[in-house]
Design a protein around this ligand. Structure first.
Ligand code: SAM
Length: 236
């Protein structure tokens, strides 16, 4: 990877601030990336843009940074959520990483009738999202919501947000396309949605059934392909 090292540090950022990073970030910068006192890195917190910082102190588990100047102001993100049924651990990790790179603003695990696992590790997923945001030059890290049942999510769905539901083998569904205003993509579990769920989705006023092409994609592929279609035209 070329370019400056970027770190997400959720603390207020302003000129002259002295910031203590986490022990994991100290380890990464010192032991993995071999940086030393006097070197520089970029910092963001999701609110105050991106800042250049100088390494003021660096030990095995202690990193102190001195903020110099802002390199980018905060800019608004695309407002797109991804609703996904938790998958096996590696597949869920992949979805979180790629959805962050593609620009989702929030990741909402939803428990459908055929969801195989209700277990997710929020801290792990937050760490994966933060790392992906650091790597892809985002200024924010997407929010990771607590898992909820699909029925509950549909029950209090916000009235201003379209929900693009990826549904395979639906002759009536249009190809997935960007929606005006806030939106979300819903991808089902490996076993797909049940007939009852499909019926409820098709009846919901804000749901837009969408095809991702003639082939049956794995859930993680469907999430990545669907987000690319919804986000790419807007520049995400
Ligand atoms: N087990 C299901 C079957 O064979 O009919 C396939 C489910 S697929 C592995 C998992 C999820 O990916 C689906 O619930 C859907 O949301 C999405 N998906 C996969 N292929 C799709 C396509 N061609 N169009 C729209 N959505 C798709």
């Amino acid at each position: 990877m070329s370019g400056s090292i970027r770190l997400h540090i959720p603390t207020p950022l302003f000129a002259g601030a002295e910031i203590t990073a986490s022990p994991a970030q100290a380890h990464y910068l010192g032991s993995v990336m071999r940086r030393a006192v006097g070197g520089s890195v970029l910092i963001f917190n999701g609110e105050h843009g991106e800042w250049r910082a100088t390494i003021a102190a660096l030990k095995r588990d202690r990193l102190v940074l001195h903020l110099a100047e802002q390199t980018r102001p905060q800019a608004p993100d695309a407002d797109i959520w991804l609703l996904f049924a938790p998958l096996k651990r590696d597949a869920t990790d992949l979805v979180v990483e790629k959805a962050t790179e593609l620009g989702v603003s929030a990741l909402l695990p939803v428990l459908t009738e055929r969801t195989n696992t209700a277990r997710i590790n929020p801290e792990r997923l937050e760490a994966i999202a933060a790392e992906a945001a650091e790597q892809c030059e985002r200024l924010t890290v997407p929010r990771i919501a607590a898992p909820r049942k699909l029925w509950d999510v549909l029950g209090d769905w916000p009235s201003d947000r379209h929900l693009v539901a990826a549904i395979e083998r639906d002759g009536a569904a249009r190809h997935a396309a960007p929606q005006p205003g806030p939106s979300a993509l819903l991808v089902g579990p490996e076993g797909g949605f049940t007939p009852v769920e499909l019926d409820a989705l098709r009846r919901h006023a804000l749901v837009v059934p969408a095809s991702l092409g003639p082939r049956i994609l794995r859930a993680e592929t469907a999430a990545i392909a669907g987000l690319a279609l919804l986000l790419a035209p807007a520049g995400g």
